[in-house]
Design a protein around this ligand. Structure first.
Ligand code: AHR
Length: 500
């Protein structure tokens, strides 16, 4: 019997709802087809946004949406995407398949999508190939209320009122596709560009996100912070509110990332091991951030994470379309538990990407739509949004098939929401063994318990022919015991228990 101990009297940090954020890039069929089909499409839509997809996304309470990239962001010139659609420039999407980008989805459409989703906005600016003036004018266009050249242009283009930009990224992956900069150069450029990301709306402060490291590039973190971390005279953290981190799970390595659906048990554990590496990355980048920002006011923003496999056979290699199985469900559950446990520092995370690209929550095919196993994990974890992380610890043991790929059998995180309901989320990484757990709960007597689970065989997935093979099912196996609760978590599963 494994022991889980939860201290309901010890709230550790707020789990910012943005930890369950999403990312949508002009890449493959994410925006076009997946989210936006245009007003004249036969697929039911509201102002061009697919009704089925928007409704499904509302159910998981998408808190924030990052756009327009990714690598695309550093080649995006926002003025190409505003004004009458017939006049919008057709450009080549050089990063993603060399296809024509007709710019029919631009700034106005993005804010309309976020309005429909009821989510916050995270716009990623172009530092790689754009000018300071261009970035500055975009911010003015989006947020200035009053008379100004850009506010007038916005009104002329059909939107009188300013929008709210919650987060603004100054460049993306500027160590690579965003300009191949070195950290000192980026740090200095960041200082300059961010100066013109003005807070026109007074108390509606735009949170500025600096481009952080690729995986374990700790030198990048150190050097960028050295160049840009400053305290304002009022004691605030100055130039930046967040520093990003990108880490993908690609179990087969960068050259051959492996199939999304055809994998063996060894590959399963290798995927789990690589996913758990997120923990070390957050701790080590976090330790560097602590030296500059011991009060943890600057957020670590993991704005790209998730599985990255070989594309589905027969699809455009530049479109990054992949299927999603129970393995992805576990990757999502593990990562979200890690983010929760580090919510004192991790203030946002954005899975890549929302629809039809990489570890999507939704896949579409013409008018059809399916929810992936990853979607169902987000559906169960949504109760952690803006809840307080509780102190918890769990006994684990190492499982796996090879010495080099052993992993802990279980991961967990626990929170209490505004209504006082406790939420336990747990993953069982073991493909064969179910584990009995006794949870000692200090400071709370369980009265009412409900539980739900996503479980199955490792290859289980949803298809357009069988859309509900993997779904959230109710779980009746939780009993009240003297110390708290007891239950057995099945092999290969993600579990959510709510206790009031
Ligand atoms: O999400 C796909 C790509 O991965 C993004 O465009 C880029 O930022 C990252 O390398």
């Amino acid at each position: 019997m494994a022991k889980l101990v939860i201290n309901a009297n010890k709230k550790l940090s707020r789990i910012h709802k943005e930890i369950q954020g999403q990312f949508s890039e002009h890449l493959g069929r994410c925006i076009y087809e997946g989210l936006y089909v245009g007003e004249h499409s036969e697929i039911p839509n509201v102002n061009g946004m697919r009704t089925d997809v928007v409704e499904a996304l509302k159910q998981i309470r998408v808190p924030v949406l990052r756009w327009p990239g990714g690598c695309f962001a550093d080649e995006y010139h926002w003025k190409d995407g505003v004004g009458p659609k017939e006049n919008r420039k057709k450009i080549v999407n050089t990063h993603w398949g060399g296809v024509v980008e007709d710019n029919s989805f631009g700034t106005h459409e993005y804010f309309e999508l976020c309005r429909q989703l009821g989510c916050e906005t995270y716009v990623n600016g172009n530092m790689g190939s754009g000018t300071v003036q261009e970035m500055s004018e975009w911010v003015e266009y989006m947020t200035f209320e009053g008379v100004s050249p850009m506010a007038d242009l916005r009104a002329k283009n059909g939107h009188e009122k300013a929008w709210k930009v919650d987060f603004f990224g100054v460049g993306n992956e500027n160590w690579g596709c965003g300009g191949n900069m070195n950290p000192e150069f980026y740090g200095n450029m960041y200082r300059r560009y961010q100066t013109y990301v003005r807070n026109y709306a007074g108390n509606q402060k735009i949170q500025k996100i600096a481009c952080g490291a690729n995986v374990d590039d700790y030198e990048w973190t150190e050097e960028v912070l050295k160049a840009c971390f400053r305290r304002n005279t009022d004691g605030q953290h100055g130039f930046m509110d967040g520093l990003s981190l990108h880490y993908y799970t690609h179990p087969g390595g960068w050259e051959n990332k492996g199939s999304a659906t055809d994998f063996d048990e060894k590959m399963w554990y290798q995927t789990m091991k690589k996913t758990l590496y997120m923990e070390e990355l957050i701790s080590r980048h976090g330790a560097i951030m602590d030296q500059y920002d011991p009060k943890k006011e600057v957020g670590m923003i993991v704005d790209e994470w998730g599985t990255w496999f070989n594309v589905e056979p027969g699809t455009n290699p530049g479109f990054l379309y992949q299927q999603n199985t129970m393995r992805d469900a576990l990757v999502a559950g593990i990562n979200l538990n890690i983010f929760n446990k580090h919510s004192d520092r991790v203030k946002m995370a954005n899975i890549a990407q929302m629809v039809n690209v990489l570890q999507s929550v939704i896949l579409t095919e013409g008018p059809k739509m399916i929810k992936t196993p990853t979607y169902h994990v987000f559906d169960m974890y949504k109760y952690h949004q803006d809840a307080d992380l509780l102190d918890s610890s769990l006994e684990t043991k190492q499982v796996g098939m090879e010495e080099c790929n052993m992993v802990p059998n279980l991961t967990e995180s626990v929170s209490v929401d505004a209504q006082g309901v406790m939420h336990i989320t747990m993953t069982n990484l073991d493909l064969q063994t179910a584990y009995p757990i006794e949870a000692t709960i200090l400071g709370k007597k369980p009265e009412h318990i409900t539980a739900e689970i996503v479980t199955g065989e490792m290859h289980d997935k949803n298809t357009f022919e069988d859309p509900d093979c993997v779904k959230v099912q109710s779980f009746n196996g939780v009993a009240k015991v003297h110390a708290g609760i007891a239950f057995t978590i099945p092999a290969c599963s993600v579990l959510h228990i709510a206790i009031s």
